[in-house]
Design a protein around this ligand. Structure first.
Ligand SMILES: Cc1cc2nc3c(=O)[nH]c(=O)nc-3n(C[C@H](O)[C@H](O)[C@H](O)COP(=O)(O)O)c2cc1C
Length: 362
């Protein structure tokens, strides 16, 4: 099975319910051998993760309502969007609100970003001293956004491995007394062709990092191009701790292929489940489940909207869900102009009414 040939393929053949249903006959055996793998638990440090499908952190998207939504669909672990260590130590209210979560989200990781070991250590202490502390802390070493990289954080740490290791060690030092494991999510490197992750991984393990998530695109690629999971496989070989594979997990087929080629302990799902939470069930069930139609997409959106409005108020919820509407509705073949109209609605109430009307019009 050629890795690159099928990862990233998003267009199912006509008549197929999804990529898995279309697997070539000689691939079916390999897929079946993965079977119920995704539904089995694994352990990070002392934390038991009930299955091997992890919801990716996505800035601006993966808030508590989004995470709860995917928890209902069965993911084994959720991660907050990235939280600024400086924002926490300077007591920025909005930053602190990113740490809020509900018990039903457990196990949950808080993801921190920052460039300075001392600041990261203090931020981790603040996170862990809250009345409701997370189950894991994750460190962002992959964000390619200019503002983050310029400050020396995110993917910039890959260009300064000693600092990256010092940041990891500082957060581990803050967390050791609590028993909360610390993990790192990293890109393959800053520039195309670099394999910084492979060299850095053993050093991170050595200072006590309990798991690694590899997103094997260069930071320079942002979110374009194909994730090169041969690099994930090299990281798996280089360390003993669990490695999670992130990038281009879009179907049971691609998830199975990535796991069999890399030996990763779990997959992390991001854009592949955006608008298709049913994919989580497919992975857990060990095969394709098919995607429901418009009625179900609308039902999901209304439930997400109601949850978000409860957390953040009607107007903010309507603004937030604009980023997500298209993912659900395009998948259910709603025309783009209709989606654009929905995006202009100012509050949760009017948007909810319009979603109901969308079904009645059909
Ligand atoms: C809109 C968006 C926001 C993201 N925000 C974060 C983030 O806050 N922290 C992080 O580690 N990765 C972030 N990522 C990267 C994802 O977690 C994931 O690694 C990446 O999208 C690759 O997976 P995919 O190809 O399945 O989308 C973000 C990705 C997107 C598309």
């Amino acid at each position: 099975m050629a890795l690159k040939s099928s990862i990233g393929a998003t267009t199912p053949e006509p008549g197929c319910a999804g990529e898995t249903a279309c697997a070539a006959p000689n691939e079916v055996g390999a897929l079946n051998s993965i079977g119920s793998f995704f539904a089995t638990p694994f352990v990070v440090g002392q934390v038991r993760i009930p299955n091997r499908v992890v919801l990716a952190p996505m800035a601006g998207i993966s808030n508590s309502a989004y995470r709860r939504h995917f928890k209902k669909h069965g993911v084994g672990l959720v991660v907050t969007e990235m939280v600024s260590a400086y924002g926490l130590i300077y007591q920025n209210r909005r930053t602190a609100s990113y740490l809020d979560f509900s018990e039903e989200e457990r196990p949950l990781a808080v993801q921190l970003f920052g460039d300075d070991p001392k600041v990261m250590r203090r931020a981790a202490e603040l996170v862990l001293s809250r009345p409701v502390a997370p189950d894991l802390i994750d460190i962002n070493m992959g964000c390619p956004v200019r503002k983050v990289v310029r400050s020396g954080a995110g993917a910039a740490l890959l260009d300064d491995p000693d600092r990256a290791v010092a940041v990891a060690a500082a957060v581990v030092a803050a967390a050791t007394a609590t028993g909360v494991p610390v993990t790192v999510k990293l890109r393959s490197g800053v520039r195309m062709g670099e394999k910084t992750a492979v060299k850095l991984a053993p050093r991170l393990q050595q200072v006590g990092i309990a798991a690694l998530t590899v997103h094997p695109r260069a930071a320079a690629q942002f979110y374009q191009g194909v994730a090169d999971h041969s690099i994930t496989a090299e990281v798996v070989k280089a360390v003993e701790v669990p490695v999670l594979a992130s990038g281009d997990i879009r179907s049971f087929h691609s998830a199975s292929e990535v796991v069999s080629l890399t030996g990763a302990a779990a997959v992390m799902v991001a854009r592949g489940v955006a608008g298709d939470p049913w994919l989580v069930r497919s992975l857990l069930a060990g095969g394709v489940q098919g995607r429901p139609g418009l009625a179900e997409s609308v039902r999901e959106l209304r439930s997400l909207l109601a949850e978000a409005a409860r957390d953040m108020g009607s107007a903010r919820a309507a603004r937030w869900i604009r980023r997500i509407l298209g993912w659900y509705l395009k998948g259910a073949r709603v025309p783009t102009p209709v989606i654009e109209e929905l995006r202009r609605l100012p509050d949760a109430e009017s948007l909810d009414e319009a979603l109901v009307a969308l079904l009645e019009d059909r």
